[in-house]
Design a binder for this molecule. Structure first.
Ligand SMILES: Cc1ncc(COP(=O)(O)O)c(C=O)c1O
Length: 408
């Protein structure tokens, strides 16, 4: 880890992007996180001195690459308290959910069954289920939000019933930053014998995760949201279920034997990892998990929540016209999503960009939720460990500038 030069924030000093862009104020970590030096170094080292394909070569370089690759799997498994065989590498959360919707769909869904998700999901936890519904003749049901934009658990109790086969929901909403009561929902699903899938894309960056303690059947996350590389993600699946599911894709590495008449499947996790994997992605993700492990997760959550609360209070005091989509709380990771009655979120984001501030504007891949919020788009500020109050102050100054530009 690098030592911060005088005057440079010691946390920012861990992230090379802030050396290349010292003025950057990055408030879009729900979209993707910045990458610490140790992740960049791990990927650099692999390409400079370890590059070879894995699981294939009978030579030292390939055996070393395989060892480093598989060691990442072991570290990731330990981090979320899974067995090594239960860690399937995917391109990200999206592919992990598609894998479950297809393979678990084929194994466990029958016409007339119901899948329950929430209205606050990212498209990647809605569309694969809608596609599965068409393919397997099942119906998708949606848990609504209460007026305070927390999940309506009373409605969930009715929606999750003897027809339910799979319940899938986000650990944390990417738009609202609300931590969903997944333990309650998992209990409801178990009581009716339904499978549970947790979209942890925004969960793992903020919360410690123990899949055995949660007792979920599947948990997915993306490397790039937890300080790791893009194009790599993880599906945790309960071993007995993964064993009962057919492969998602066919190709190299996932087979036991291929003849011209048919094929048999490799053991877990290879059965679900067809083709040459994203080797440097896995190695970089292993380094990102080491980075996460070195962080006090409670303090990180408190840090992000503090910045979100600070922003919310100042918005209320200084910009009363701005509609803030959710109130801070203990069940919240500090994401602030807002709509200005007179300034389009894209315009606000453009003004911010002029001040070197990166925020997200748009529907955040959550169009059904936007409809419920009564808007087509919002502006979102999602803080992380490399932000502090001065970044929030800068955003508020940009918002003031946007008001001057658009309202005068
Ligand atoms: C809650 C949630 N689920 C799923 C995804 C999809 O992740 P990816 O694009 O990395 O597959 C995202 C990405 O923003 C997300 O925030």
């Amino acid at each position: 880890m690098s030592i911060a030069p005088e005057g440079v924030d010691p946390v920012k000093a861990l992230f090379p992007i802030f050396k290349s862009h010292p003025e950057l104020i990055y408030l879009d970590s729900n979209a993707t996180s910045q990458k610490p030096e140790i992740v960049v170094e791990a990927i650099d080292r692999y390409y400079r001195s370890e590059n070879a394909n894995v699981h294939r070569g009978i030579y030292q370089l390939s055996e070393n690459a395989t060892r480093t690759f598989e060691e990442s799997r072991i570290r990731i498994a330990k981090y979320i308290n899974a067995e090594t065989q239960e860690i399937i590498f995917t391109r990200g959360t999206t592919e992990a959910i598609n894998l479950v919707a297809n393979s678990a769909g084929q194994a466990f869904l029958r016409p007339g069954d119901e899948i329950v998700v929430t209205v606050a999901e990212h498209h990647s936890n809605i569309v694969p289920w809608q596609m599965a519904a068409e393919r397997f003749g099942v119906t998708v049901k949606y848990i609504p939000l209460r007026a305070d934009r927390r999940l309506d658990l009373d409605a969930a109790r009715t929606l999750i019933n003897s027809k339910t086969r799979i319940v899938s929901l986000a650990h944390v909403s990417n738009v609202l930053g609300v931590i969903h009561p997944i333990r309650d929902i998992i209990k409801m699903a178990k009581a009716v014998g339904a499978l549970t899938m947790i979209d942890g894309a925004q969960g793992l960056p903020h919360l410690p995760v123990d899949v055995k303690e949660l007792d979920c059947d599947f948990y997915a996350f993306s490397g790039h949201k937890v300080f790791g590389p893009t194009g790599i993600g993880v599906l945790y699946g309960r071993k007995t279920l993964l064993q009962a599911m057919p492969p998602y894709q066919g190709g190299g590495d996932m087979i036991e034997k291929v003849t011209l008449h048919g094929s048999t499947w490799n053991e877990l996790p290879s059965k679900f990892e067809a083709g040459t994997p994203h080797i440097e992605g896995v190695i970089g993700l292993g380094a990102a998990i080491d980075f996460l492990k070195s962080m006090p997760m409670d303090s990180l959550l408190n840090h992000d929540r503090h910045l979100g609360t600070y922003l919310t209070h100042r918005l209320k005091e200084e910009f009363p016209r701005v509609q803030i989509m959710v109130e801070p709380g203990d069940d919240w990771v500090g994401t602030v999503t807002m709509a200005h009655p007179n300034i389009h979120p894209h315009d606000l984001a453009a003004v911010c960009d002029g001040e070197n501030i990166a925020i997200r504007a748009g529907h955040h891949c959550a169009q059904p939720l936007m409809e419920i919020l009564g808007v087509t788009a919002t502006a979102r500020v999602s803080p992380s460990l490399y932000n502090d109050e001065s970044d929030i102050d800068a955003f508020l100054a940009a918002l003031r500038k946007a008001e001057k530009l658009f309202l005068s």
